[in-house]
Design a protein around this ligand. Structure first.
Ligand SMILES: [Zn+2]
Length: 119
């Protein structure tokens, strides 16, 4: 098993990764913001403005990748149906494992429960 855990160096690096994924997935992103959010890991507006929870910067890069791809795929698949799941698997492999980690991670800190669905 690979045990190397990578962390984000900066907000700039995180945003660069969003751009990278957007290009790879051929999605037009208008703006990317990383800011404190109380109840969500990320959100996107219909005109292509993306926001990510600043807490993600303190987590492993694989969790950031999960949230980035999750959100970007909603541009082509609005819900978590078959198409979305298929694309998640194609790009991230065993994404359910990361999803579980994220769900466990969010519970103790935010009593009212934070959405694991990022949009
Ligand atoms: Zn979602």
């Amino acid at each position: 098993m690979e045990t190397v855990i990578n962390h984000w160096k900066s907000k700039v690096e995180f945003k660069a990764r969003v751009e990278e994924w957007a290009q790879k997935l051929a999605i037009d992103v208008r703006s990317v913001a990383v800011r404190p959010m109380r109840k969500k890991w990320a959100s996107c507006s219909t005109n292509g403005n993306l926001s990510f929870n600043a807490d993600l910067l303190d987590m492993e890069t694989e969790i950031g990748d999960y949230v980035i791809v999750h959100e970007l795929l909603h541009f082509s698949a609005p819900n978590h149906g078959k198409l979305w799941k298929m694309l998640m698997r194609a790009h991230l492999g065993n994404y359910e494992a990361i999803e579980r980690t994220l769900r466990q991670r969010s519970a103790p800190e935010i009593p009212e429960g934070r959405e694991t669905n990022v949009s």
